[in-house]
Design a protein around this ligand. Structure first.
Ligand code: DP6
Length: 329
């Protein structure tokens, strides 16, 4: 079978996923909560998967941005490919080549676009055509947020209830709301605590984790209502609430940890200042120091100018809603 190349855009959660479902089979990667995201037109991953007839004992190879990656990173890819090998009985190894649109060192490259592109390219390379729902389930097993990058625009990842994970898939949430996400780089280098480890420590030790899970469904309902009504202030308010609540759970973990750097806080303050001056903008952060600011398209230039002037900001990009993952060749 020939090589297949796929592209997936990254996504940013508006209502966050943070924590795994207790007691779930680890490999299924089932989230403790659902989530709602926006797929971006900027930033993503292009991945080529080429099944190879190799001698027994040969391993999969994984090259990222021109560099052969560490055994640990490559192992995650192999475990993922094993699912397709089991599904099809075709046990060949693969040569996997990925290119991130954002320098990995900037800390914005995400496992979301990586595993979404890998799920699409690898399934096709193994001759399996999955519908988007099934593809999102497969991508989720690589990384929870990757399930959402299968779709464009606003996306809902269902928490699901079943132990099999069959009802834990993503779907598009159509909305007439047009938005921009101003991505503000507030630091460099690889993050200290990755999201998988961060959510694990939080769920096991933070007294705020249970209330996070308990109060989360209402945030999803409010965000869905806001999208249905194309109500940006309502969406922005619940988005900022969700991110601050998530980060509060990490502060109360043992040992406590946080992703904020001084520049992060300065940008969060600038967002509040802009709001006080009548510009509708709201902030969200993930497992890193960067801030993403949601606003109306017409306000993106003013937001960009203001956050660019904050001391310590390394760069600003304006992203619009982006498309679904796709096969390139
Ligand atoms: C803070 O999807 O990276 O970005 O499933 O363990 O790979 P794993 O976690 P991952 O976590 C994303 C966490 C987040 C919030 C979000 O994207 O919903």
């Amino acid at each position: 079978m020939p090589a297949v190349t796929a592209y997936a855009h990254t996504n940013i959660a508006l209502v966050k996923y943070w924590g795994k479902r207790p007691g779930a089979v680890a490999g299924l990667n089932l989230p403790a909560v659902g989530s709602i995201s926006l797929t971006l037109d900027r930033f993503g991953t292009e991945t080529t998967v080429e099944p190879i007839d190799a001698d027994d004992g040969a391993a999969d190879s994984f090259t990222l941005d021109g560099v052969e990656v560490s055994a640990a990173e490559a192992a995650k890819v192999s475990v993922f490919l094993d699912r397709l090998r089991r599904l099809t009985g075709d046990t060949r190894k693969a040569r996997v080549t990925s290119r991130n649109d954002v320098p990995t060192a900037a800390g914005l490259a995400s496992s979301a676009s990586a595993f979404a592109a890998l799920a699409l390219a690898a399934s096709r390379a193994w001759g399996v055509t999955l519908d988007d729902k099934a593809l999102s389930r497969l991508a989720r097993q690589g990384s929870g947020s990757a399930a959402r990058s299968i779709f464009g625009g606003f996306v809902l990842l269902h928490r699901g209830e079943l132990d099999t994970g069959d009802d834990c898939f993503a779907e598009a949430l159509p909305s007439s709301l047009d938005v921009r996400l101003v991505v503000v780089r507030c630091g460099e280098g690889k993050k200290e605590t990755g999201s998988t480890d961060g959510m694990e420590l939080t769920s096991q030790t933070s007294p705020y984790f249970a209330p996070w899970v308990e109060t989360h469904p209402k945030d999803l309902v409010d965000a869905r209502d806001a999208l249905a009504a194309a109500d940006l202030p309502k969406l922005g308010e619940v988005m900022e609430h969700s991110t601050l609540k998530m980060h509060a759970t990490t502060l109360a973990a043992r040992p406590g940890f946080f992703y904020f750097q001084p520049t992060t806080i300065a940008v969060l303050q600038e967002v509040r200042r802009l709001r006080a001056h009548g510009i509708g903008c709201w902030a969200t952060m993930d497992a890193g120091p960067h801030v993403k600011v949601l606003c109306a398209p017409a306000d993106a230039p003013a937001v960009t100018d203001a956050v660019s002037a904050v001391v310590g900001v390394r760069g600003v990009d304006v992203a619009a809603p982006g498309p679904a993952a796709r096969v390139l060749s």
